[in-house]
Write a protein that binds this ligand. Structure first.
Ligand SMILES: [Zn+2]
Length: 126
């Protein structure tokens, strides 16, 4: 029998029982009980089209704005294509999702300045 390690305990505490039970079954079937490996594979395989908001308003001027993919430049000089943003045609403001941008900024710290990449690339597990 496998003994739960600390990672398992933390993981289990963050999942509801139904999800945890299915995770254990699938891990036993396909990854020798290695739940981290199963999650890694599931995350790598998970991909859906990015859903745009049907109508967005510019947080700066309040006019109707359009959500689309654009290029984001991180503080340390990494250029990331294909990042969703709300672009205002009236005042030119671009509104980014702060949680998404915060994560991209953090990940970009491990890349050399001048790197050109894309959101797709940053979402892939190698
Ligand atoms: Zn605006």
């Amino acid at each position: 029998m496998m003994h739960p390690d600390l990672n398992d305990a933390v993981l289990k505490a963050n999942l509801n029982e139904e999800v945890w039970n299915v995770l254990e079954i699938k891990a036993r079937l396909w990854t020798n009980g290695d739940k981290q490996e199963l999650i890694k594979r599931a995350v790598a395989a998970y991909k859906e089209p990015i859903q745009f908001m049907e109508s967005a308003h510019c947080p700066k001027c309040g006019q109707l704005a359009e959500e689309r993919l654009d290029t984001f430049d991180t503080v340390n000089g990494v250029v990331i294509d294909g990042v969703p943003t709300i672009v205002c045609n009236h005042c030119g403001n671009k509104a980014w999702d702060l949680l998404l941008i915060g994560k991209l900024e953090q990940m970009a710290l491990s890349l050399p300045s001048g790197t050109k990449t894309s959101l797709d690339e940053m979402m892939s597990i190698h």
